[in-house]
Design a protein around this ligand. Structure first.
Ligand code: AP5
Length: 229
């Protein structure tokens, strides 16, 4: 099962990828997480990516393609993977096709998270993330049991710098110009599955399980913890 999760900022790609990863044991490959970790470590990649991520711009294609080529060569991806946040441009999508062809692999399905723009802003302005384990919360839709503390490991919760309103506006504009064309790209290839990302987490999760060909029952405890609204 080789999946791409495609959609605007804050559509719920990371939330669903983590649920599916826990259920199927295939890795979520989040290019945003990889970049944020590199920035936090101050590595060469982090120093190169920092300005782009802070402004809400895309990191150059050749950097991102290099990251993905290296990640997909690792053995934990052999039974499948969930690409979360990659590809984001048509050039990245073409490079991915070439890379997978060389590896003798193919994308199974592209899940497109369809969400209206006004909901994007609401979701991102309320997002909280655990600094230790990366668990994702929302002040209204999925608050932690104790304010500021992760339910999973007690780590401190933080807000992403690029979730500030002016950066979110830029990310939405970049998404429209650079990433939205991938909807047509994957539709033409017969791979696109559109889901209504404004549904509650559990309902959306069931749709994604169906697309991924995973039986619906069992293992949904994390999703059930969500207030479905
Ligand atoms: P990245 O980290 O990939 O950000 P993004 O694509 O903008 O997506 P987000 O992580 O913001 O949202 P999400 O869809 O995962 O939503 P989430 O599940 O968290 O990229 C960041 C930056 O890195 C980019 O701007 C760029 O600079 C760079 N970058 C990354 N990849 C790149 C690439 N390939 N090429 C070039 N540059 C790249 O949910 C959001 C909130 O909503 C949470 O609070 C959550 O609790 C809540 N929520 C989720 N689902 C629901 C629901 N169903 N109902 C109600 N609330 C929900």
């Amino acid at each position: 099962m080789n999946l791409i999760f495609l959609g605007p900022p804050g559509a719920g790609k990371g939330t669903q990828a983590k649920l599916l990863q826990a259920r199927r044991g295939i890795p979520q490959i989040s290019t945003g997480d990889i970049l944020r970790e590199a920035i936090a470590r101050g590595s060469a990649l982090g120093q190169r990516a920092k300005g782009y991520v802070e402004r809400g711009d895309l990191v150059p294609d050749e950097v991102m393609v290099g990251i993905i080529a290296e990640r997909l060569s690792q053995p934990d991806t052999s039974d499948g993977f969930i690409l979360d946040g990659f590809p984001r441009t048509v050039a990245q999508a073409r490079s991915l096709e070439e890379l997978l062809a060389r590896l003798g692999r193919k994308i199974t399905a592209v899940v497109y998270f369809d969400l209206p723009e006004e909901k994007i802003v609401r979701r991102l302005s309320g997002r909280l993330i655990c600094a230790r384990c990366g668990a994702i919360y929302h002040v209204e839709h999925h608050p932690p049991r104790q304010p500021g503390i992760c339910d999973v490991d007690g780590g401190p919760l933080y807000r992403r710098d690029d979730d500030q309103p002016e950066v979110v506006r830029k990310r939405i504009q970049v998404y429209r110009e650079e990433t939205q064309p991938l909807v047509a790209f994957y539709r033409e290839r017969g791979l696109l599955h559109v889901v209504d990302a404004s549904q509650g987490v559990e309902t959306l999760y069931q749709s994604i399980l169906q697309i991924a060909g995973v039986p619906p029952e069992g293992g949904e405890r994390q999703a059930e913890a969500w207030a479905d609204r």
